[in-house]
Design a protein. Structure first.
Length: 142
């Protein structure tokens, strides 16, 4: 089924997918690269990046267009909502049922066939909020 020259790529892809699905942190490509490198020391950032793009194009993973400077990736492709910390840019999932009513409402108001919607909440995460000594309040997370 798989052609021989694709086999290696497929294995890399599988490991990238494994690592991404292990975490709930919605890592950036750089962070995924750091995780994958522990298992495949020879892999390059470019390869990781390319595979992430291919997998998100195929719908195996989700690319998040949330605020912040770097793209983040999500191993969960089912529609779910996110909340982002405006201080440290951390992205977390919200266990909230997607509201499909807004899809049909949006469809009624436009001539589009609405497929899905995205919703991003913004807030301050416990780590940034709870410190009281302003330790978490820095503009650059890294
Ligand atoms: Zn935060
Ligand atoms: Zn998510």
């Amino acid at each position: 089924m798989f052609e021989a020259q694709n086999l290696r790529l497929t294995k890399q892809r599988q490991i990238i997918l494994d690592e991404l699905r292990k975490v709930i942190s919605h890592p950036t490509a750089d962070e995924i690269y750091q995780m994958v490198r522990k298992r495949m020391p020879k892999i390059s950032l470019g390869t990781v990046y390319r595979n992430l793009e291919i997998m998100s194009d195929c719908g195996i993973i989700q690319k998040l267009d949330v605020g912040g400077t770097q793209k983040r990736f999500d191993g969960t492709v089912e529609n779910h909502y996110h909340i982002r910390c405006v201080e440290c840019n951390k992205v977390a999932d919200i266990e909230m049922k997607p509201n499909h009513k807004v899809d049909s409402e949006a469809q009624k108001m436009t001539s589009f066939e609405v497929l899905r919607h995205r919703l991003e909440f913004m807030g301050i995460c416990p780590g940034c909020k709870g410190t009281g000594n302003n330790k978490g309040r820095k503009n650059k997370a890294s």
